[in-house]
Design a protein around this ligand. Sequence first.
Ligand SMILES: [Zn+2]
Length: 83
Amino acid sequence: MTERKCVGCGEMKPRSEMIKITKRYKDGKIIIEPDSKTFGRSAYFCYNKNCKELALKKNKLNKALKTSADLKGLLDGREYKSK
Ligand SMILES: [Zn+2]
């Protein structure tokens, strides 16, 4: 099973339990749960509110993606219940 590291809690988790966020190489646009044709720098975090908040803290997610975009704004308004 493919495992990814959570930017929030730092644990390795199965890809299916995580949310993917990608900065597209082409134009630097931030895409949440991109399709397989989107190439860019990606980061992952667990599907829960706590890890989302941890990932946003201290700009961890911004640093992981090397972006200054308003990730909190993008991520708020989405639901992060477990699948
Ligand atoms: Zn996590």
